[in-house]
Design a protein around this ligand. Structure first.
Ligand code: TXA
Ligand code: MG
Length: 338
C-alpha cells in the first residue's frame, strides 16, 4: 500500500486538510521528506534532528553541502531550543515585529540541538517561523524544527505552486514522501535572512521583510544592505548563478530586441511582438514579487533565448526582486566567458 502522496510514477499533491497534515507529520517523524507551502515559496522539509533526512534533502535538491538550511519552527518559544541566548532583546523585538513571517534570524546554534549537516558544519542556525496556515499547522503538530530549503533543484527557480514542486522532482519521484498543496504562495520571493549572531546585525539575503522595516526596528542602518544593485550589476561575475531559468536574462531593458521575451513592469510597456509577461501593470512591487517566478517560468517556456527585464525600483521588496534577477542574469557554468 502506498500511503504517500506520490507513487513511483505519479505526483499527486495532497490537499492540506487536517488528516493529510497529520500524515505528513508522521512522514517527517519517519525521516522522510515532505514539500510544504510557506508564504514565500514551497519548502522541502525534513526533521532537523535527523541526519539521514537532512542528507536526503541535500541529495534530492542537489545542493552543495556547504550551504546551510533554514530551520522552520511553529512557535517563537522554540528559539531557545535551537540557539543559545544572544541579544535576547533584539530577538524579541524582531520576532515580535516580523514573526510569524518571512524573516530568518541567524543566531549562534545550541550545540547538539540539530543535525550538524543542516548547519553545513557551522556554528550558527537560521530560524524562521512561517505565517502560512498550512506550514504553521504542520510545524505545530510536528513540535520540532523542520529544516527546509526552497523546494527546487539547486540553482533553479524557486517554486510558488505545488505543481512547480512536482515538475522539479518529476525525475526523482521516490525522493519526496508528499507534497502539501497550499495553492500559490502569497509573497512569492524568499525570506529575508538577517544575521544577528554577532554585535553588528547584517543582511545576508534581501527578502520580503524590507530593509526599511528592519532598520526601523534596529534604529540604525543595516550592514549588508548598502550595496546599490547598480553597483553589483557592474560586476555580475561576482554573483553566483541562481534562481536561473533556461533562457539568458538581460536587465534594465528599455528597448527589448524583437526575438526576446519581455518581463514587463509598470504601465508604460514598449511595443513588443514577442512574448510578454506583465509583473504588475500598476507598478506594485508586492504584486511583482508575487508573480516574479511564475513569470520567469512562463517566459522560459515560450522558448525565447533571452528574457529582457524592464527597470524595477530597488526599494522595499524591490530589493529582493533585484537580487533574484541579478542572480538569474549572472554567468552560468558553461557560459563562453567562464
Ligand atoms: O523563504 C524562505 O526562506 C524559503 C522557505 C522555504 O522558508 N527557504 C529558502 O531556503 O529560501 P534556501 O535554503 O533556498 O535559502 C536559505 C538561505 C541560503 O542562502 C542559506 O545560505 C541561508 O539562508 N542560511 C541558512 N542558514 C544559515 C546560517 N546558519 N548562516 C547563514 N546563512 C544561512
Ligand atoms: Mg533556494
Amino acid at each position: 500500500m502506498n500511503l504517500s502522496g506520490l507513487s513511483n510514477n505519479s505526483f499527486v499533491p495532497l490537499q492540506p486538510h487536517k488528516q493529510n497534515i497529520t500524515r505528513c507529520t508522521h512522514m517527517l517523524q519517519e525521516g522522510r521528506i515532505v514539500a510544504f507551502p510557506t508564504e514565500t515559496v514551497y519548502g522541502l522539509g525534513g526533521d532537523a534532528a535527523n541526519d539521514a533526512a537532512i542528507q536526503a534533502i541535500y541529495d534530492t535538491k542537489g545542493r552543495p553541502a556547504h550551504n546551510p538550511l533554514i530551520l522552520h519552527i511553529g512557535d517563537a518559544d522554540m528559539v531557545g531550543r535551537y540557539s543559545v541566548p544572544f541579544a535576547p532583546e533584539l530577538v524579541a523585538k524582531l520576532a515580535g515585529q516580523f514573526w510569524p513571517g518571512a524573516l530568518t534570524l541567524v543566531l549562534p546554534v545550541k550545540p547538539g540541538a540539530v543535525s550538524p549537516l543542516a548547519l553545513a558544519g557551522g556554528q550558527t542556525v537560521g530560524l524562521r517561523m512561517p505565517s502560512h496556515p498550512v506550514a504553521r499547522a504542520m510545524l505545530r503538530r510536528f513540535g520540532k524544527a523542520v529544516a527546509a530549503p526552497s523546494a527546487n533543484r539547486s540553482g533553479q527557480i524557486s517554486p510558488t505552486t505545488a505543481e512547480h514542486v512536482t515538475q522539479a522532482f518529476r525525475d526523482h519521484p521516490g525522493a519526496l514522501a508528499a507534497v502539501l498543496d497550499g495553492g500559490p504562495t502569497p509573497v512569492g520571493v524568499e525570506s529575508t535572512v538577517l544575521d544577528i549572531s554577532s554585535e553588528m546585525p547584517r543582511l545576508l539575503r534581501a527578502g520580503s521583510v524590507t530593509v526599511e522595516a528592519i532598520e526601523a526596528v534596529l534604529g540604525q542602518p543595516l550592514a549588508g544592505a548598502e550595496i546599490a544593485p547598480q553597483d553589483v550589476l557592474t560586476s555580475p561575475g561576482l554573483l553566483q548563478s541562481h534562481y536561473a531559468p533556461r533562457a539568458r536574462v538581460r536587465l534594465n531593458v528599455v528597448e527589448p530586441e524583437p526575438d526576446e521575451a519581455l518581463l514587463a513592469f509598470g504601465p508604460d510597456v514598449p511595443a513588443h511582438r514577442g512574448p510578454v509577461y506583465h509583473l504588475s501593470v500598476d507598478g506594485s512591487l508586492e504584486e511583482a514579487a508575487h508573480r516574479l517566478y511564475a513569470g520567469m517560468r512562463a517566459l522560459d517556456a515560450s522558448g525565447a533565448a533571452c528574457i529582457a527585464v524592464m527597470p524595477i525600483p530597488a526599494t522595499g521588496i524591490g530589493l529582493a526582486i533585484h537580487d533574484r534577477l541579478q542572480r538569474a542574469a549572472a554567468p552560468r557554468l558553461g557560459d563562453d566567458d567562464e
